[in-house]
Every structure is written in structure tokens, then in C-alpha cells.
Design a protein. Sequence first.
Length: 290
Amino acid sequence: MKFNSEVVLVTGSTRGLGNAFARFIAASGATVILNNTQRDDRGEQACSDIVSAGGAAIYLPGRVEQATDLVGAIIEQCGRIDAIVHNAGFVQDKTLRKMSSKQWDAVLNVHLKAAFLLSQAAWPHFLEQGGGRLVFLSSASGLYGNFGQANYAAAKAGMYGLARSIELEGAASNIACNVVAPFGATEMNSGNMSEDMKAVIKTDYVAPLIGYLAHPDCQENGGLFEASAGVYKKVRWQRSAGLEVDTSKPITLDDIATGWADVTDFSAPEYPSDMRTSLAGMYQRRLPTQ
């Protein structure tokens, strides 16, 4: 399975996870657009390394929030864009009570808002070409929360809601969007890791899943995945069978309190796949039979 003439933008790709993604996708045959915020020697070297290894790469620095300019530059140089892997981001950790609006906005803008802007900028080109692929990078922090990372967790969780909406809006046009929460050893997170740990969770072990989801033959859409150490898992919503109370009379606090064990009982779980089936599962049985 190889890429052919596809052009793939990987944001935040001059180091860390993003660079592993770019190297893998280039080695698989695509032309990779490497991106970071400002032109620097590291970006030039990352591009040169891919080319030296026999891959095709172009280095286009620029802010991901300026998505129209970035996508426009890709179209100008390559004539097309087939996939976007949105990996760029950073953290500004602070507990909720100490976090400023500026810190909140800065993180949300680079992660979540940029995902929206990049998708919107690429959309008309995807339509013209007959399809496209979007891969958003989330985080375990977004899936499960993390102390001192309210901004980062909210942004990374928001990626999934955005992806599910893109799934619905793009499916008929062969535009697919998926989300991956990776864990790999990078300069930012591995300062206190042992060498054994770094070897187990190399960034290169996350890259194959990213490459597959960016490939035009991949038909997965709206999926959420975790990836680390060569282990790839899909994540889905689960809910309890729940508590049903008699609505012919007022519902009291005592009804909820005494039925709390049923609310939280996962012995017979449900797996709603979309909003319609989820909501119908709440009210359908209470509708009068026809």
C-alpha cells in the first residue's frame, strides 16, 4: 500500500511526533509539506533529510491559524492537496483558577480553531479532486482530562466533536476525518523518562496509523483512536442501560438518589454510534405505539 501523487500537509512536522509522521508518509510515496510557525534551520534540515532519504518534501513555514495562506501556497506549488495531518500545538499549563483568558485562547486557537480553519480552507480543493483526508491529533489529556491542562484538554477533546461533524458533512463527497490520541517520546515530554521507556514509545511507532488514515484508500470516517508503542486501539462511547422513572408523576431528588446504582450500572452497556440513535434510545420506548 503506497501513496501515488498525493500531497499531504503535516503541521508541526519539523520535530517530534509530527516529524515522524512526515517521514513515514514521505517514505510511503506521498509529497509531504512540512510546516512549523517560523522558518528555521531545523525545518530546512527536516526537509533535507526526507529528500536525502529518497522522499519528496517541501518546507512551508507559517502559522496554522493562517490556513487560507498555507493551503493557498500548497496549491500554488503542488497544484493539489489530498490530506492534512493537524499535529501542530503547544501547552500552556495552569490550574483552572490561575489560567488567563489569553492562555486559554492561545491553546484553543492553535489546536482546535486551526483544525477548523485548515479543514475549511482545504474543503473546496477536496471537492474538486473527488475527496480528501483529515487527521486530527488529540491526546489522552483530551480523552481523560489532566491536572493543570484545562485549555489543552478542552482543545483536544473538541477535535473529536469537530471530526464527527466533518464525517457527516463530508461523507457524500469522499471527505473523511479521524482523530488519533498518540503517546510517543518527544523532546517536550521525555525529560524524565528512562531510556527503556523512550525505546518502547518511539514516535515512529505512532506514524503508521497516521499514514493509513491519511491514505485515500482508507474508508474509516469519524473514528477516534489511541496509538503508542506499536499498539493501535479504537475508542467508542459507552453508556449504562440507565434508570427509567415513572413520568406520570413529578420526579424528585429521591428518585434519582435511590436509583443512582442503575444510572451508573454498566453491566448491560449500550454503544450509541450517532446522535440520532443516542437520543432515540432515551425516548423511543416512551412513545405511544402506533
